[in-house]
Design a protein around this ligand. Structure first.
Ligand SMILES: [Zn+2]
Length: 176
């Protein structure tokens, strides 16, 4: 591995240590880690532009995109890695997982940032009020933040993930 790629990998690892994410976690990475990921992504994008056939660069880029919850980019970078002959035993499983994440995000129609904001909203409300076995706070957030035309589909997708009341949304949709 070249020196520049090693340095970028080091930045990525520092970000991962600070991110507090599990694998394919839907939570945004911890704020402290974001500058590392953004920096690593910028460097890696430049690197793969200059060295488009280096599969290791694409693999690292895929990891950064995954950490930033950019699943389409994580997937295409990993596919590029494999195309270039850099395939690893676990890659096919990872590709399947990334595709799954893409589908479930697609159904939910919420960006990672929106999901994060809904989670904060619910945590805040449920500190002061007990869950009343309805989606009242979730619907409040949806009313304030989402387009009218999307509302019904979002509630349906939330139900589909096991969220039938506010505390279940926190447990099953935001933190699953
Ligand atoms: Zn509840």
């Amino acid at each position: 591995m070249s020196k520049i790629l090693k340095d970028l990998q080091e930045i990525l690892l520092q970000g991962q240590k600070l991110s507090m994410q599990g694998s394919l976690d839907r939570r945004m990475p911890d704020k402290k880690s974001v500058p590392f990921f953004i920096g690593a992504r910028k460097g890696l994008k430049e690197y793969v532009t200059l060295n488009p056939t280096d599969s290791t660069g694409w693999r690292l880029l895929s990891k950064v995109e995954e950490s930033l919850l950019n699943y389409p980019e994580a997937l295409s970078s990993l596919q590029k890695t494999i195309e270039l002959g850099g395939r690893d035993k676990k890659d096919l499983k990872k590709i399947a997982l990334l595709k799954e994440c893409l589908t479930s995000w697609g159904e939910l129609e919420l960006t990672p940032e929106q999901l994060d904001s809904l989670g904060d909203y619910l945590e805040d409300k449920l500190k002061d009020y007990e869950c009343n076995h309805t989606l009242s706070f979730t619907k409040e957030w949806i009313d304030e933040n989402m387009l009218e035309s999307k509302k019904t589909r979002i509630v349906k997708a939330i139900n589909g993930k096991g969220g039938f009341c506010d505390c279940e949304v926190l447990a099953n949709v935001i933190r699953d």
